[in-house]
Design a protein around this ligand. Structure first.
Ligand SMILES: [Zn+2]
Ligand SMILES: [Zn+2]
Length: 192
C-alpha cells in the first residue's frame, strides 16, 4: 500500500509545511507550499513563505565587503575638490549645484562598485563626502585665517579671532553637504 504525498489533501484539509499540525489553506505564491498565519510574510506581491522572502533579500543585495571601502574612497576623492570649490561660490550656486553633484557622485560610486546593490553602500558614500568636505573646510582660507588668529592670540599678540566669519563660513559647506548627501542617498538607495 502506498501513500502519495498529496494524501493529506484528499479530505480537503491542508497543513502548514513548517507546522504540520496547523491547518491552513494559505499557499506561498512563489513556491506553492502551504503556510500558516505565523509563517506567512506579506510582501508587495502577496503572501510568501519565510524561505522565499529570505532568498529574495539575499538576491537583492549583491554587494561585496570591499564595496563599502570603494564607496568611501571614491566619494572622498571626487568630493575633495568639489567640497573645496563649491561652498565658496555662494549660496545660490550651492543650492542649484549640490543636488546634481550628489547625483553625479552617486552615479560614479554605483559604477565603481560594479553596479552591485548594497544595503549600506549609500552610507559609506555619504561618509566619504562628509570627510572630504571636512578636510576641504580645514584648508579653506576662512578656517586657516581663524587658526592663525587663534595661534597669534595664544602667543599674546591679541589679534581678533574672526568667530563670526567662521560661523558664516561653516553654513555654506554644511548646506552643500546636506543637499549633496540627500541626492547621493536618493541615487544609491532608490536607483537601479
Ligand atoms: Zn515559498
Ligand atoms: Zn507554519
Amino acid at each position: 500500500m502506498t501513500f502519495s504525498p498529496t494524501t493529506s489533501t484528499l479530505d480537503d484539509k491542508t497543513y502548514c509545511a513548517v507546522h504540520p499540525t496547523v491547518e491552513t489553506g494559505l499557499k506561498c505564491n512563489k513556491c506553492g507550499r502551504y503556510m500558516c498565519v505565523k509563517c506567512a510574510v506579506k510582501t508587495p506581491v502577496g503572501y510568501r513563505c519565510k524561505q522565499c522572502v529570505n532568498q529574495q533579500q539575499q538576491g537583492f543585495y549583491t554587494a561585496t565587503q570591499a564595496d563599502g571601502v570603494i564607496a568611501v574612497i571614491v566619494s572622498f576623492i571626487i568630493g575633495l575638490p568639489i567640497g573645496y570649490i563649491l561652498p565658496r561660490l555662494g549660496l545660490f550656486i550651492i543650492i542649484i549645484g549640490a543636488i546634481p553633484i550628489g547625483g553625479f557622485i552617486g552615479e560614479i560610486v554605483h559604477r565603481a562598485v560594479g553596479r552591485r546593490r548594497g544595503q549600506y553602500t549609500w552610507l559609506f558614500a555619504v561618509i566619504g563626502v562628509v570627510l572630504a568636505t571636512a578636510v576641504a573646510f580645514y584648508f579653506s582660507p576662512a578656517f586657516q585665517a581663524f587658526l592663525m588668529a587663534t595661534q597669534a592670540n595664544v602667543r599674546g599678540r591679541g589679534e581678533d579671532i574672526p568667530t563670526d566669519f567662521i560661523v558664516t563660513a561653516l553654513i555654506e559647506p554644511i548646506l552643500y553637504v546636506v543637499l549633496c548627501a540627500g541626492a547621493l542617498i536618493a541615487r544609491l538607495r532608490l536607483g537601479k
